[in-house]
Design a protein around this ligand. Structure first.
Ligand SMILES: Nc1ncnc2c1ncn2[C@@H]1O[C@H](COP(=O)(O)OP(=O)(O)O)[C@@H](O)[C@H]1O
Ligand SMILES: [Mg+2]
Length: 290
């Protein structure tokens, strides 16, 4: 009886979500443990089998840094973005396309899901351009060169529409190319945000390694359960968002301004966090709404 109750309670959510697209960003930090990764993939498959169309975008931060150190390279970040020289780019491609993407796809397949691994350059999904950032140094503003770090210039969701309409689950690595075929490393959060926007997804779900958006970055007890988009934008201006949370929030804002209904930032290392967030009233992480 208890089991049946759970199903019945989920019915309004299932009805609401059926047939809708959800973009899920699989965080590097939420993937370091294979067991957790497989559990998350099973949860995504549950969504898939109740009629949701998942589109997965993954990062690979911690593993890239680990491999870089093995090759004697030192990982460096500016505002959560990895400075990427030629050697780093090679490691990034090896880890993201060669290892993580392949691992996610095979784990989906093992559990009965028709996953297809692509990178953001495939089918011109994301056309990239070199990203430059300006940063205040004392009272001067300087332009920083991050190397082969790109940003998305255009998103063509056609390849995803073809896959999703035919019941495939796209698994996307954040490596894109510009029109000359030059390859760039993009932040996976931002790729997820642009893709969610271009697909007019119902939801953008960001899995990470903290409970959600925190009002005090160092205090895990300071979780914000619900926040309006306008409030989130104010938080950015106040500087409460730092490091790896910057591209996540930026991506949430991009996606929601392009018509995504809701965004969720949740702890991917907690068992069943996606299901708790989507199918219970209370949720588990941060929900951003219009
Ligand atoms: N206001 C904030 N709320 C939550 N996390 C924050 C905040 N400001 C900075 N962070 C940091 O952002 C990190 C998540 O980003 P990141 O390290 O890039 O992980 P991921 O692999 O999920 O992209 C958290 O571990 C946390 O240290
Ligand atoms: Mg990150």
């Amino acid at each position: 009886m208890e089991n049946v109750k759970v199903l019945v309670e989920a019915l309004p959510y299932i009805r609401d979500f059926h047939g809708s697209t959800m973009v899920i960003k699989f965080g590097g930090h939420a993937m370091v443990n294979e067991e957790i990764m497989e559990k998350t993939i099973k949860d995504i498959l549950l969504l898939y089998f109740v009629g949701i169309k998942p589109v997965v975008v993954h990062g690979g931060g911690p593993e890239i840094s680990e491999k870089m150190e093995k090759f004697g390279l030192q990982p460096k970040f500016v505002d959560g973005l990895r400075i990427t020289d030629e050697d780093t780019l090679e490691v990034v491609q090896m880890v993201l396309d060669g290892k993580i993407n392949s691992k996610i796809v095979s784990t989906f397949i093992k559990n009965g899901g028709k996953a297809v691994g692509i990178s953001a350059k495939d089918g011109l999904l994301v056309v990239a351009k070199k990203k430059t950032i300006r940063k205040k140094m004392g009272d001067k503003e300087v332009e920083l060169d991050l190397g082969y770090v790109g940003e998305s210039e255009i998103v063509n969701p056609e390849i995803l529409e073809i896959l999703v309409e035919n019941s495939f689950i796209p698994v996307i690595s954040p490596i894109a190319a510009d029109r000359e075929g030059r390859v760039f490393n993009l932040n996976a959060d931002v790729v997820a945000g642009h893709i969610a926007g271009a697909l007019r997804a119902k939801k953008l779900i960001m899995l990470t390694d903290v409970p959600g958006l925190l009002s005090e970055p160092d205090n895990p007890e300071s979780l914000i359960s619900r926040i309006k988009l306008s409030e989130l934008e104010k938080m950015v201006d106040r500087g409460t968002i730092q490091g790896g949370m910057i591209p996540k929030v930026e991506s949430v804002i991009i996606a929601m301004k392009s018509g995504v209904e809701k965004a969720h930032i949740i702890d991917g290392s907690k068992e069943h966090s996606i299901l708790i967030e989507l199918f219970t009233k209370k949720g588990i992480g941060t929900m951003v709404e219009h």
